[in-house]
Design a protein around this ligand. Structure first.
Ligand code: MF3
Ligand code: CO
Length: 252
């Protein structure tokens, strides 16, 4: 069942989402050659806790860290650890914060140091695919209209969209109905209604869509070894323009 949030619940979501967005920004600032991924996890964890919030992912289905850091061919759910970030790495950071009974969920992809052109392009298209979907995140459209817009935009650059992991409703639970795939025919799925809060999160591969799971049980990598990027915001459906809740100082 899709949870429609009340005005009061939306205000609580705004606070949780602001913490998540600030935590994502911190992770982005820390992303640099020579930094170990556990250092980013630890700093972001401490930041979230200092805001009075709890990292949403820690212990979620047994996930062992507070954030996900997925590098190059890693698509999502990379576990921070002893890996050192290198110059030119494509670093996707996914952060969730639980505050006042609600979750905020967001992700972004950064380049460590100097980026090559193909990496910058992948990251920019992934980000823009979110905004293409966002244009249809309003009453009068259905969930799969968002999905289709993301897929059409990403594929127009020769990239591909993974099928196995999707966006989702978010609120009192990290994952709520409805699923928000990044692919599909338009005109299907639930109608969009004010008060819905959706995590819209394109995961875009430079090469083919196929993925596999590493032996750690979490890390999802591209089957062809080519890079992948991820961008996510928690979005509120309103009567008019959608509102991105995972912003801090106007930045998302
Ligand atoms: N943003 C991801 C999601 O919405 C993060 C989940 S990671 C997990 O599904 F560790 F919590 F599973
Ligand atoms: Co999510």
């Amino acid at each position: 069942m899709i949870q429609i949030k009340s005005v009061k619940e939306i205000e609580l979501m705004r606070r949780a989402c602001a913490v998540a967005a600030a935590a994502r920004a911190l992770a982005g600032e820390m992303t640099a050659p020579g930094v170990h991924t556990y250092e980013i996890d630890r700093a972001v964890h401490d930041f979230i806790v200092k805001q009075g919030a709890v990292p949403s992912f820690l212990n979620y289905n047994g996930y062992p860290r507070s954030i996900c850091i997925s590098i190059n061919d890693e698509v999502i759910h990379g576990i921070p650890g002893s890996r050192m970030i290198k110059e030119g790495d494509i670093v996707s950071v996914d952060v969730g914060a639980f505050l006042g009974g609600f979750h905020g969920d967001c992700a972004a992809t950064f380049v460590a140091g100097a980026a090559d052109e193909s990496a910058e392009k992948l990251i920019e298209v992934t980000r823009q695919s979110f905004f293409e979907g966002l244009k249809l995140a309003r009453p009068g459209y259905r969930v799969s209209d968002i999905s289709h817009a993301i897929q059409a935009y990403a594929e127009s650059f020769g990239y591909s969209v993974i099928r196995e992991y999707v966006g989702h409703g978010v609120g009192a639970k990290l994952h709520e109905d409805p699923q928000v795939p990044n692919f599909g025919k338009p005109g299907h799925g639930p109608r969009l209604i004010p008060g819905m809060t959706l995590a819209i999160e394109p995961m875009i591969n430079m090469g083919k869509a196929d993925i596999r799971l590493l032996n750690d049980g979490w890390t999802v990598v591209t089957a062809d070894g080519k890079p992948s990027a991820h961008y996510e915001n928690t979005v509120l459906i309103t009567n008019g323009e959608p509102e991105i809740l995972t912003v801090v100082d106007g930045i998302c």
